[in-house]
Design a protein around this ligand. Structure first.
Ligand code: UDP
Ligand code: UDP
Length: 478
């Protein structure tokens, strides 16, 4: 059963609310949880515990859990042991999706973890992938349940509306477009790839969770009003789904130094990256990174290498070839060739392994981010005023790219290929687009303006600051 440190260990916090966080798997799901915990802890008056499942799918997750507990000793770890789960029924499925399913099937074990915690749990904050399993448990226990949504408000609107869309189509299929009321029409080609298949495990979870979140006590989103005004307004006024719970846009959440430091290779890579960036002129570097779990084919990586080289620009490239980091044994030299590395020496750095992306984006040498448009990556670029060149590869990334374009923080290559599509994006296309967006003063100015708006949102009296206050005022000790 969960217990949290006694009052003596939490100096000055009496009658604190006790919030139990239930995150899911994948770095994109953990990062916002850790950032939110950090924001809440720093307010005082709140005790935080976090449900932790070990071993994690990726090494990066394990390292960041260790880092969280080291940086926030008052955050209590609540271990959840998953029930055995036979993944053989889902051959070839994404390992993170399988972990979400395993978590969902073990969710009933949370009843005891929540009910047995001392002091009493006053609120649960759960990941969206677990919503349909966690919300009924919290209802039975009469504990408020909030969902921390890890993507854009645009994506939240799609999630909330998708079950209604499917019902309207009388389960005959998804059709050519999902027209999310008050937000935007999302063409089939921009949906997460599995969604048109209603029997896919991802789609089943997505529909179940989409229906369930209407019963959450509130939804927290790492965005801000000025970045996604239409989606937030439509969610809040019931245009997307009537009777939708309050939506608190509390972003952009500040990053936390949460690496465990156990990974010596990653630490050395980060130091090398920082040293190299320090030698580059202001705004001269294209930062190229596709998040923590996107695998790009070797052929496409070689086209990217040639395009970056031909652009003549300086670049810092985080190199990844597999979905799960532990399996990535491809060497940069073997894939891209030693000659390429020789030719770009000095002006291009290819780094394998984890880099502190938020620190990279905050470095004055970085002038453009060629990104897969994962929501965390987008928000980190926005917070640093770095324009994006979006090359979505899968999942929510095309919907996020729509949001980043309407938010004025970059360009989106709509024709560039999606994971699973055959077409290679050519070196020529990459070369031209990198040069074009890097030299686009209007995009740069717009990204700088949105960066200022982001700072205003979290400053005293700003929209996100007020949302955070309002949310925190709901957290009462019980
Ligand atoms: N998602 C959701 N409900 C679910 C499952 C997923 O809203 O039941 C969202 C998830 O938060 C993300 C997207 O759908 O925004 C899935 O993207 P992807 O497949 O790339 O995985 P992720 O980035 O979440 O690991
Ligand atoms: N990240 C990082 N260093 C890496 C790879 C990823 O710091 O080498 C961080 C990145 O800054 C972001 C998160 O991991 O906070 C990835 O989340 P995102 O939503 O961008 O995409 P995903 O990894 O789910 O595709």
């Amino acid at each position: 059963a969960a217990a949290i440190p006694g009052d003596g260990e939490l100096d000055g916090i009496s009658a604190a609310a006790h919030v139990m966080f239930i995150p899911s798997a994948g770095m994109a799901h953990l990062v916002p949880f850790f950032r939110f915990i950090s924001a809440l802890s720093s307010r005082g008056g709140v005790r935080c515990s976090i449900v932790t499942v070990l071993p994690t799918v990726s090494a990066a997750e394990a390292d960041h859990f260790a880092g969280l507990f080291a940086a926030f000793p008052s955050v209590h770890r609540v271990d959840l042991n998953l029930l055995p789960f036979d993944a053989s029924a889902f051959p070839g499925a994404d390992p993170f999706l399988l972990r979400w399913e395993a978590l969902r099937r073990s969710a009933h074990l949370l009843t005891q973890l929540i009910a047995g915690a001392t002091p009493r749990v006053s609120a649960v904050v759960a990941d969206v992938t677990l919503a349909s399993h966690v919300i009924p448990i919290t209802k039975r226990l009469r504990v408020p349940c909030h969902v921390l949504f890890i993507s854009s408000a645009a994506m939240l609107a799609l999630l909330a509306y998708f079950p209604i869309h499917v019902d309207k189509n009388d389960k005959s299929g998804v059709g050519d477009v999902v027209d999310v009321p008050g937000v935007r029409a999302v063409p089939r080609s921009c949906l997460p790839q599995p969604l048109p298949d209603l029997d896919h495990l991802f789609t089943k979870q997505f529909i179940d969770n989409g229906r369930a979140i209407v019963d959450a006590d509130s939804i927290l989103v790492n965005t801000f009003d000025a970045l996604e005004p239409a989606a937030l307004a439509a969610l809040r006024d019931g245009t997307v789904v009537p009777g939708f719970p309050p939506v608190y846009a509390i972003g952009l959440l500040k990053s936390v130094a949460s690496r465990g430091g156990g990974d010596q290779k990653a630490a050395a890579a980060s130091t090398a990256v920082a040293a190299w960036l320090g030698e580059q002129p202001a705004r001269s570097v294209v930062y190229v990174a596709f998040g923590s779990r996107i695998a790009v084919s070797h052929d496409q990586l070689r086209e990217m290498a040639a395009g970056l080289e031909a652009s003549g620009r300086r670049f810092l490239w985080v190199f990844k070839t597999t979905v799960v980091d532990r399996e990535d044994d491809a060497e940069v030299r073997d894939v891209l060739g030693g000659e390429f590395l020789e030719r770009v020496k000095g002006r291009g750095l290819v780094s394998k392994g984890w880099v502190d992306q938020d620190a990279v984006l905050g470095h004055p040498a970085v002038g453009l981010f060629l990104s897969h448009s994962g929501w965390n990556s987008i928000t980190e670029a926005v917070a640093s005023g770095v324009p994006l060149l979006a090359w979505p590869r899968g999942g929510d990334q095309r919907v996020n790219a729509m949001a980043l374009v309407s938010g004025g923080v970059g360009a989106w290559m709509e024709e560039w290929s999606w994971d699973g599509e055959d077409r290679l994006v050519t070196r020529r296309e990459i070369e031209e687009k990198v040069k074009e967006v890097m030299d686009d003063a209007a995009v740069r100015a717009s990204a700088a303006r949105v960066c200022e708006e982001a700072a205003m949102a979290v400053a005293e009296g700003g929209t996100s600051h007020r949302s955070m206050q309002e949310f925190a005022s709901k957290l009462k000790a019980t």
